[in-house]
Design a protein around this ligand. Structure first.
Ligand SMILES: [Cu+2]
Length: 280
């Protein structure tokens, strides 16, 4: 059974189309932004510059790996068809070919160096926190999150799964509220065991380790609700401690802060006391 060259190139075109579909991640899905959607197989739509870069880096890698897979597959097919015992009864005694050996060393090195450049650029962008407009402290607890706003009246509140709200297993009673287009520094720690603070559409995920203060940042460029989950297995209710972030305008944020100061006034400075106690 021989496959015609036309048919093979047709299949390769089909594969390329599939890759192109996969790389379309992050476009035209504003209706479900900030949360997973049914049958989703791509990254969640980007809501921060960091996540946009993660998405385009992922797409670049997808093209590279797809090309390599197709190339190796083609080599395999050629070997199986042309050099089996029936078609090639007297095998060649060749053991070395300097040109090919140099090529299969140099080309992979060039590919890896090519990948390393955007990879390091992205890592630096994630780790090098710009001057923050607002700091939030997130403390992972068994099994919920507490958030402190040290810049805005030092209030702290607990954020627990809300079973009567949608989206299921992602909605909480008290959301994090942040202003849009502002650099938010997130300080993350754990009060009991290791948790992990992750919001996919922001491109952030960082461990919440007892006795250590980790830092990450995001700058949301869209308003709306954005959801994440604890991403480090932390015990029996690990699946039930979601993260919900409401991104609002500056005015709405100022109004919310005034309300939150009163609403959460009964918990002054609790964040610092509770983490200190847990660390001992
Ligand atoms: Cu967890």
């Amino acid at each position: 059974m021989k496959m015609s060259r036309g048919r093979i190139s047709h299949r390769i075109l089909g594969f390329a189309a599939a890759v192109a579909t996969l790389t379309a991640a992050g476009t035209a899905r504003a209706d479900v932004m900030g949360q997973p959607s049914p049958w989703e197989h791509r990254l969640q739509a980007a809501a921060t510059p960091v996540m946009e870069h993660i998405t385009s880096f992922h797409n670049l890698l997808l093209w590279i790996i797809s090309g390599i897979v197709l190339f190796v597959l083609a080599l395999l097919i050629i070997v199986v068809v042309k050099f089996n015992a029936r078609n090639n009864p007297v095998p060649s005694k060749t053991t070395h070919n300097t040109l090919i050996e140099v090529a299969w060393t140099i080309i992979p090195v060039l590919i890896l160096v090519g990948i390393a450049v955007p990879s390091f650029r992205l890592l630096f962008q994630e780790l090098d926190i710009p001057k923050a407009d607002l700091t939030i402290k997130a403390t992972g607890k068994q099994w919920y999150w507490s958030y402190a706003y040290p810049d805005n009246g030092k209030f702290e509140f607990d954020s627990l799964l809300a079973t009567d709200k949608q989206p299921r297993l992602l909605a909480v009673d008290n959301e994090i509220v942040v202003p849009v287009n502002k650099v938010i520094r997130v300080q993350v720690t754990g009060a009991d065991v290791i948790h992990s603070f992750a919001v996919p559409s922001f491109g952030i995920k960082i461990d919440a380790v007892p006795g250590r203060l980790n830092e990450t940042w995001f700058k949301a460029t869209h308003t709306g609700m954005f959801y994440g989950q604890c991403s480090e297995l932390c015990g029996k209710d690990h699946a039930y401690m979601p993260i919900a972030v409401r991104v609002v305008s500056d005015d709405e944020f100022a109004t919310w802060v005034e309300g939150a100061k009163k609403k959460f006034a009964s918990n002054p400075d609790r964040s610092f006391a509770s983490v200190g106690a847990a660390a001992q």
